[in-house]
Design a protein around this ligand. Structure first.
Ligand code: TPP
Ligand code: MG
Length: 365
């Protein structure tokens, strides 16, 4: 007879996000998670956050100068992205949405590779896969299923790698994400869903994404642990993701993490957020800036030094220069690559489409 017993799952989700550093840089009273990472790791997290913000600014400038078609800034989300990516292994597969510059930088993907995607000179970030990172997902929510599929593959191959789907608050409302979460929980796959609740999905506020208490609370219905974390606190994001990744690696299944953060810039360079949000809201979040907070903490514990700052600024300057040079000098891609890279061997239908396009391009009538 079929087993009809009710699974025994923890059905409590705390509404208060896990926070290890308060907005003024002082440690909180939370005792559940560790703050005592080695000083080199603490400094490296700061470096990655600052570099992310600077490279992000350079990409915005490049778009303003007409060099990129579009760009989606992650300003304000550096702690969530760096913290979540930094605690993973290099062989864990990452599935980004499109705003994950910080995640890609931590993974060692050159800024120019991302810039080329937004410039349209290389499509979708195919080369990211060399760093165990999937191409950007512009169709919202689709990559949740890819992450779960990859996790199922790892499970069947007996690997101990973890996959992470980086999703937006808006992305959690997509049907694909429901299927992904449900499938992941039922088959206990090693996948972590890291939702950056940046309060907005273009001009739609997060309270239009669900009628429940929070995004993390949905985990109860799926039968997986759900946890809210302060997404502007890099150490909290690191600790919570490290715990979820370990759970997945140990064979204990997926976790739904909701990192509460804020998108400080527009949705993309084509958006004007003053049409739908107030200056007061921005002021509120500016006081919770993830980088200022973390720097204050590092000063307190003696890790921030003028030398560290100089090192960070030098690297930032170098990466911005490399980005600009690479983008402006690299040739456009060969348009036939678009067809040739879909499958290992091109299908007859794709070959027909490719030949049709080439014929059109050569048409001189
Ligand atoms: C399937 C699909 N529907 C609609 C869109 C249009 N769209 C682009 S971004 C976006 C909002 C996504 O918001 P969220 O998931 O919160 O991510 P954020 O942009 O805030 O990082 C929408 C609806 C899309 N890209 N794909
Ligand atoms: Mg959002």
């Amino acid at each position: 007879m079929a087993d009809v017993s009710v699974p025994d799952v923890d059905s409590k989700v705390e509404l208060a996000p896990v926070q290890l550093i308060a907005p003024d840089g002082t440690p909180t009273s939370d005792e559940r998670y560790r703050r005592d990472l080695p000083p080199e790791t603490l400094g490296w997290l700061y470096e990655e956050m600052v570099v992310t913000r600077d490279v992000d600014g350079e990409l915005v400038n490049l778009q303003r100068q007409g060099e990129l078609a579009l760009f989606a800034s992650c300003r304000g989300q550096e702690a969530a992205q760096v913290g979540a990516a930094a605690c993973l292994r290099k062989t864990d597969w990452l599935f980004p949405q499109y705003r994950e510059l910080g995640v890609l930088l931590v993974r060692g993907i050159a800024p120019a590779q991302l810039g080329a995607v937004w410039r349209g000179t290389w499509h979708g970030g195919l080369g990211f896969t060399e760093k165990h990172c999937a191409p950007l997902a512009i169709p919202i929510g689709t990559h949740g299923l890819h992450a779960v599929g990859a996790a199922m593959a790892a499970q069947r191959l007996g690997e101990d790698s973890v996959t992470v789907a980086f999703v937006g608050d808006g992305g959690t409302s997509e049907g694909d994400m429901h299927e992904a979460l449900n499938l992941a929980a039922v088959f206990k796959v090693p996948c972590v869903f890291f939702v950056q609740n940046n309060q907005w999905a273009i001009s739609v506020p997060v309270n239009h994404q669900q009628a429940g208490p929070s995004i993390a609370h949905r985990a109860i219905g799926y039968g997986m642990p759900g946890i809210r974390v302060d997404g502007n606190d890099v150490l909290a994001c690191y600790a919570v993701m490290a715990e979820a990744a370990q759970r997945a690696r140990d064979g204990d299944g997926p976790t739904l993490i909701e990192a509460v953060t804020y998108r400080m810039g527009p949705h993309t360079t084509s958006d004007d957020p003053t049409r739908y949000r107030t200056a007061d809201e921005l002021t509120y979040w500016e006081a919770r800036d993830p980088i200022a907070r973390y720097r204050a903490y590092l000063e307190r514990v003696g890790v921030w030094t003028p030398r560290l700052q100089e090192h960070v600024e030098n690297r930032s300057h170098r990466l911005r220069t490399e980005l600009r040079e690479a983008l402006l000098t690299e040739p456009d891609f060969d348009v036939t690559d678009m067809f040739d890279t879909v499958y290992a061997d091109i299908t007859p239908e794709l070959a027909r489409q490719r030949d049709e396009l080439l014929a059109e391009m050569n048409w001189e009538g």
